[in-house]
Design a protein. Structure first.
Length: 133
C-alpha cells in the first residue's frame, strides 16, 4: 500500500511528499529580496544622513548628492547578497513547513492506527521491512 511508504525515490534520495516533483521554487523571493533591500538601504540612508548632517552644515546640495550616492552604492553592493539570502530563507521556511505537515500527517495516521489493529499491524510490518533494508 503506497500510503505508508516513506518519501524516498528509487535511488534512496528524499523526494517531495504528496507526489511533488521535488522542484524547489520560491515565488515570493523577489518580493522578499526587495523588502530586505529596502530595509537595509533605509538603515544605510539613516547612517548616511547622520554623517552628512555633521559634515554639511548648510551645504544642502552636496548633502543630497552624497545621500543619493550612498543609496545607489548600497543598491549596487547589497542587491545580490540580499536576493541570495532571501531565497535561502524562503527555501528553509518551505522545507520546515513541509516537515511540519509531514509530522502532522504521520501523527494523524498513528492516531488512527491506535484505534484499528489491522492498520497498526500494517504499520509495524512496514517499519520492520524498512529496518531490514
Amino acid at each position: 500500500m503506497s500510503y505508508f511508504l516513506p518519501f524516498t525515490s528509487a535511488s534512496g534520495a528524499p523526494r517531495a511528499p504528496f507526489g511533488g516533483a521535488g522542484k524547489k521554487t520560491a515565488d515570493a523571493s523577489p518580493a522578499l529580496a526587495g523588502l530586505l533591500s529596502a530595509a537595509v538601504l533605509a538603515a544605510l540612508l539613516v547612517v548616511a544622513d547622520q554623517l552628512i548632517d555633521s559634515w554639511a552644515e548648510g551645504h544642502l546640495l552636496l548633502a543630497w548628492v552624497m545621500l543619493w550616492s550612498a543609496l545607489f552604492a548600497g543598491l549596487a553592493v547589497l542587491a545580490r547578497p540580499l536576493r541570495i539570502a532571501s531565497v535561502a530563507t524562503a527555501l528553509a521556511l518551505e522545507n520546515w513547513l513541509a516537515a511540519r505537515a509531514q509530522a502532522r500527517h504521520e501523527q494523524a495516521v498513528w492516531e488512527i492506527a491506535l484505534q484499528d489493529p489491522r492498520m497498526l499491524q500494517e504499520l509495524r510490518a512496514a517499519h520492520a521491512r524498512s529496518a531490514q533494508a
